[in-house]
Ligand binder design. Structure first.
Ligand code: 13P
Length: 248
């Protein structure tokens, strides 16, 4: 396994969790030995400040494309920084669907995140109909092209990509390790045509029904550099076991 990058295991709580769960998660992660893995939790905004002292990183699940002003309900990159976030999820499929976030808006949010010193975790992935039509490479390429057009390829050095096939999110229908590897390799190869060094260092996470039971096989694929975990990140012990699987 050449050129393996430092793994990241990220938990996306979506609109779930509590201060109590934050405390349980901190206790579980803080007492584990996870030096070789970057651990990240993205809870709902109100629970970010509950994560201290935490031996992992925290991140937002979204950020506004604006810095401040009359945008009720929005949270800016500088606000996330003020709460000690190092990361932010951008373009999660649920935001693309529920909030109509376009590829270009997602690209703009990636730019704003970088401007605020946050590492964006750019989420890409195809819905089931696109998978079935066989057009999934084109779909994902389009999502990535939009970001390249706004921030340029060199800035990919500072971002993380998460491949989350929509049909595998919360469905229990995990992509097979071969399916995940195929898309991860495609993304790396595509970025590599523009900048080989950036592609080589780019961390690409897989998300979609990852559990401790399937994490090992997924994470051992050469182009899978960790995971973005939804449901299973609400169970601290299960999440820890996924982190341990990434340790190799
Ligand atoms: P599940 O792990 O619940 O399938 O969710 C994946 C996801 O959307 C993480 O962002």
């Amino acid at each position: 396994m050449q050129n393996k990058r430092r793994p990241i295991v990220a938990g996306n709580w979506k609109m779930n969790g509590s201060v109590e769960l934050a405390k349980q998660m901190m206790d579980t992660i803080n007492s584990a030995s996870l030096q070789d893995v970057d651990v990240l939790i993205c809870p709902p905004f109100p629970f970010l400040s509950a994560f201290a002292p935490f031996n992992g990183a925290i991140g937002g699940q979204n950020l506004s494309e604006f810095d401040s002003g009359a945008h009720t309900g929005e949270v800016s990159g500088s606000m996330l920084k003020a709460l000690n976030c190092d990361f932010v999820l951008v373009g999660h499929s649920e935001r693309r669907t529920d909030n109509g976030e376009s590829d270009l808006l997602v690209a703009e949010k990636v730019r704003v995140a970088l401007e605020h010193g946050l590492t964006p975790v750019l989420c890409v992935g195809e819905p089931e109909s696109v998978r079935d039509s066989g057009e999934y490479f084109n779909h994902i390429q389009g999502q990535i092209d939009a970001v390249i057009s706004v921030i340029g390829i060199a800035s990919f050095e500072k971002i993380v990509v998460a491949y989350e096939p929509v049909w595998a999110i919360g469905t229990g229908k995990t992509a097979s390790p071969i399916q995940a590897q195929e898309v991860h390799a495609f993304i790396r190869e595509y970025v590599g045509k523009l900048d080989a060094d950036v592609a080589n260092g780019l961390r690409i996470l897989y998300g979609g029904s990852v559990k401790a039971a399937n994490a090992n096989e997924l994470f051992s694929q050469p182009d899978v550099d960790g995971g973005l975990i939804g449901g299973a990140s609400l169970d601290p012990q299960e999440f820890l076991n996924i982190c341990l699987a990434a340790k190799g």
